[in-house]
Design a protein around this ligand. Structure first.
Ligand SMILES: [Zn+2]
Length: 475
């Protein structure tokens, strides 16, 4: 029996209000560190539910903490609400149709409108449980901005805001349901600004020093580095300033942004040093100067199998997530718009439960193997929380099976019945896991011991150095 059995009426009662909250945040579609209205919607609702609000957490205007309760362990739900640039899309449209009501041209292509709302829903459900059960705990909801490209939680972890948390719980919307048992990659992002000397490219090329040449040589150098780096590391770049549009002017300034990823923090840091050396070499070759500006970073995710097992048991007890024929049909229509490779990529690790059939909606549960140690080739700032306090995450089906993240199909499905059902299911998974931990406090102690073991005696060192400023300007 799931540990939220006594809360079924509460969930039913609150679902319309929480669904409306998720829909509003979907429509706002605010970008990293500018999620002012989305954060305010959460803050107002949590304050109304009796939570104490701390604003401006870590000096970030769109980060906040909401807390309820006095004694007992601190159980924290992590919520996000940032959207993605360029992904604006009409709700429910089966073709890529930019919306007219998204002035920021952004869209919820990663489902963070659902993510934050479920975490909020779980926090008020746990509050309800504490009011009726006699269990003692402090419930927290952390409003975490800028997961997409902003490392919001890493800056929050650097400021120590998770230091007194006993367990952190969160989830991510997906096209299947299971424990988020993969590790993720650490990353470091930095700008390389090259400065040379402008000159007439035909009349006096010998007097010019090309910053664009330096960028190109740096990229060539890094491409040679790829053969000699760990096979699970990744290096991406974007030329963010090519030095102007005139080929007849030797480019005096050019800039390239690098994103470096590796399986562990120290590997990312080592690779970053090697990339910096390549940049220095490019500057030397071209007689330019290079300035390196550290932008942001995040850690690799530390799994906690103690917490994963508690969550998995609750997911099993909650049973299948069943949706009606209309939602099945809609999901099937969306699935028809997907690339078969996207569906195949999600299907492969689930082969043992799918048994050759590709469902429109994944209603079951991915098996959880505590011994497996898979890597998901992406990064998340939840990882930094996982170094500070034992952290557990779920994947919950909110989209047609196979829907890739950051796609227009994900934006389009963000207000569907399936998205809403997944949002409610995720809230139940999070609340049930928290209550189950209160019923077995020894599991919290075990989870903490496991974290210490996984850190192997190392303290958490924030991968963003203390002197790196917050990546936005205060208005
Ligand atoms: Zn996401």
């Amino acid at each position: 029996m799931p540990s939220i059995d006594g809360l079924q009426d509460f969930f039913a009662q609150q679902t319309p209000r929480m669904t409306a909250l998720a829909d509003s945040i979907w429509s706002l579609a605010e970008l990293r560190y500018a999620e002012t209205a989305s954060a305010r919607l959460h803050i107002d609702a949590l304050a109304q539910s009796g939570f104490r609000i701390t604003r401006d957490v870590a000096g970030i205007p769109t980060a906040f903490m909401a807390e309820w309760g006095g004694e007992g362990p601190v159980l924290a739900f992590l919520g996000e609400y940032d959207a993605l640039s360029g992904l604006n899309q009409q709700s429910g449209a089966l073709v890529c149709t930019p919306s007219t009501d998204s002035p920021g041209l952004a869209g919820h292509g990663c489902g963070h409108h659902l993510l934050g709302t479920s975490a909020h829903f779980a926090a008020i459900a746990l509050q309800q449980h504490l009011q009726t059960s006699g269990h003692q705990a402090r419930v927290r909801f952390y409003g975490c901005p800028a997961e997409e490209g902003g490392s919001g939680k890493t800056f929050m972890a650097r400021a120590g805001v998770f230091d007194d948390v006993d367990v952190a719980l969160t989830w991510h919307p997906a096209s299947f349901t299971g424990v988020f048992s993969q590790s993720t990659l650490a990353n470091i992002q930095a700008k390389f600004i090259f400065r040379g000397k402008a000159s007439h490219a035909a009349h006096s090329p010998h007097l010019g020093r090309s910053a664009l040449d330096a960028v190109e040589l740096m990229n060539v150098g890094v491409n040679y580095l790829r053969e000699h780096m760990p096979s699970d590391a990744r290096v991406h770049y974007a030329i963010t300033d090519s030095g102007g549009l005139s080929p007849n002017v030797v480019q005096a300034r050019a800039e390239v942004l690098y994103l470096i990823r590796a399986a562990r923090n120290h590997e990312a840091a080592e690779l970053y040093e090697r990339v910096k050396n390549v940049a220095r070499g490019a500057a030397l070759m071209t007689d330019c100067q290079v300035e390196v500006v550290f932008d942001k970073a995040c850690s690799n995710l530390l799994q906690n199998s103690t917490l994963n097992q508690v969550m998995y048991a609750q997911m099993q007890a909650l049973g299948r997530l069943e949706v009606d024929a209309r939602q099945q049909q809609l999901a099937s229509d969306f699935q028809a718009t997907l690339d078969s490779n996207d569906v195949e990529q999600v299907s492969r690790p689930l082969a043992s439960v799918l048994r050759g059939k590709v469902p429109a909606v994944f209603e079951g549960l991915a098996p959880y193997d505590p011994q497996a140690s898979d890597i998901m080739f992406g990064s998340t700032d939840v990882a930094d929380v996982s170094w500070v306090t034992p952290t557990v995450q779920a994947w919950v089906a909110c989209y047609a099976f196979g829907t890739p993240m950051h796609s227009w199909q994900m934006v389009s499905q963000g207000q569907s019945g399936l998205a809403h059902a997944g949002m409610v299911r995720a809230a139940k998974v999070l609340a049930a896991t928290a209550i189950s931990l209160l019923e077995q406090p020894e599991r919290i102690a075990e989870a903490k011991a496991e974290l210490l073991e996984r850190r192997a005696g190392q303290p958490y060192v924030c991968p963003i150095p203390a002197d790196v400023p917050l990546p936005f300007t205060r208005t």
